[in-house]
Design a protein around this ligand. Structure first.
Ligand SMILES: Nc1nc2c(ncn2[C@@H]2O[C@H](COP(=O)(O)OP(=O)(O)OP(=O)(O)O)[C@@H](O)[C@H]2O)c(=O)[nH]1
Ligand SMILES: [Mg+2]
Length: 391
């Protein structure tokens, strides 16, 4: 009896002690999940519709017929990144989007989506283009086996991406864009906000893969750029970029370009007076239609000439695939969050050697004599008697 009483008392004491401990522990645990910080920003800033730290959006030029490939790309973009960050999507099309396309893509995300039709003047022949000659050029390129040689829409697409996407009213309040296309893949978790990363570090243009261009699509592009450079002393601000574009001091273009189906960029670059004048000069020359100038070399030449080395960033840590090229992070820590084979990454291939050549350029600490040597080569690009301004 005495033993039973003592045991009961002990039980009560242990019970009270456990209850006290439980209360104390409960008191130290905050209500709901602890706030998670992403690159120093509270996740609340990334709720759909919240005022975000950076005004940014995905920008997608796409056809109604590509709905399924678009959903496929969005699935990975969402799973790997945007389900936590909720950046809005802006879809653009040369014809109105169907209700099926709108509903199908909106169902893939909780972020805002908007759908815009491209103004006719941004997707048609300018008055100065001789359309008969343009057709002859397409047929000639076709006989020579050039990819997309006969396609008129491909040329409108390249011209739109070169000179007009950033003027669309749906992007009026957007400062940074991230381009995606149907069927692209994102095989790695992206655990930080690339827009904020760029904004905080003053980066204006980001890429994952840089390739050489097919020379037969741009026979006169470089000569047209040189003409513009000669007319606009000051356009070339950063001579180091020339090393990336030309191995012979500007005489010829080596074809290096950032592969523009992936781009994260500051729209201010494209909206700048310099870029608009550059695009206007190229557009007047007619090479978007008489040849098949791609938006990738057009963007890249401008980025290389207008931006400093450190304003262009290789996102080596963002896994990305657009047929047939892959960017797959090489380091073991990143691999833990990826489903790609690092040995297949484009950077190992000679055709994508431009990928690593940008980060290998001389930087802001390049010596004066090195700069002078580069500058000397660049000056050869200008017409005799013209001076180029460098900053
Ligand atoms: N709305 C619309 N979008 C287009 C048109 N042509 C191309 N696009 C889009 O523009 C982007 C680039 O076109 P692609 O056909 O992928 O060009 P590419 O990447 O050079 O070629 P691929 O290697 O075939 O992918 C994609 O997002 C397409 O969906 C068009 O005529 N209308
Ligand atoms: Mg494509």
């Amino acid at each position: 009896m005495h033993f039973n009483c003592g045991f009961a008392l002990l039980n009560v004491l242990v019970g009270v002690l456990l209850a006290l401990l439980a209360r104390q522990r409960a008191g130290s645990v905050p209500e709901g999940p602890a706030p998670v910080l992403l690159d120093g920003v509270d996740v609340a800033a990334y709720q759909p519709g919240a005022a975000r730290p950076v005004r940014a959006a995905f920008v997608v030029l796409v056809r109604n017929s590509e709905l399924h490939g678009m959903k496929r790309a969005m699935r990975q973009v969402e799973d790997r990144f945007n389900s936590r960050f909720n950046y809005p999507y802006v879809f653009l099309n040369d014809v109105p989007f169907t209700d099926e396309f709108k509903a199908g893509t909106a169902a893939m995300t909780k972020a805002n989506v908007s759908f815009g039709t491209i103004p006719h003047e941004h997707w048609s022949y300018p008055a100065w283009i001789n359309q008969t000659y343009a057709r002859e050029c397409r047929e000639d390129m076709h006989r020579r086996g050039v990819f997309y040689a006969l396609s008129e829409s491909y040329r409108h697409m390249c011209r739109f991406n070169s000179g007009f996407f950033f003027r669309h009213p749906l992007l009026a309040d957007v400062d940074y864009y991230w381009r995606i296309e149907p069927d692209v893949e994102y095989p790695c978790d992206i655990t930080y906000d690339p827009f904020l990363f760029m904004h905080r570090r003053g980066i204006k243009y980001g890429y994952t893969i840089a390739l050489h261009e097919y020379p037969e699509t741009i026979p006169t592009l470089w000569a047209t750029v040189k003409e513009f450079v000669a007319q606009r002393p000051g356009f070339v601000r950063h001579v180091n970029g020339y090393r990336w574009l030309s191995g012979d001091g500007g005489a010829t273009y080596n074809g290096c370009h950032f592969w523009s189906n992936f781009e994260i960029g500051a729209l201010a670059v494209f909206r700048s007076e310099e870029y608009l004048a550059y695009f206007e000069h190229l557009d007047r020359a007619g090479g978007f239609f008489y040849e098949r100038w791609g938006d990738a070399p057009v963007h890249s030449i401008a980025a290389a000439l207008l931006l400093a080395k450190d304003e262009v960033h290789w996102f080596h840590d963002i896994g990305y695939y657009h047929n047939p090229w892959l960017n797959c992070p090489q380091d073991a820590a990143a691999q833990a969050r990826c489903h790609c084979d690092p040995s297949k990454s484009a950077e190992h291939h000679y055709w994508a050697s431009c990928t690593r050549e940008w980060p290998a350029l001389p930087g802001p600490n390049t010596t004066a004599s090195e700069q002078a040597a580069i500058g000397h080569g660049v000056e050869r690009m200008a017409s005799p008697g013209r001076t180029l301004g460098f900053r």
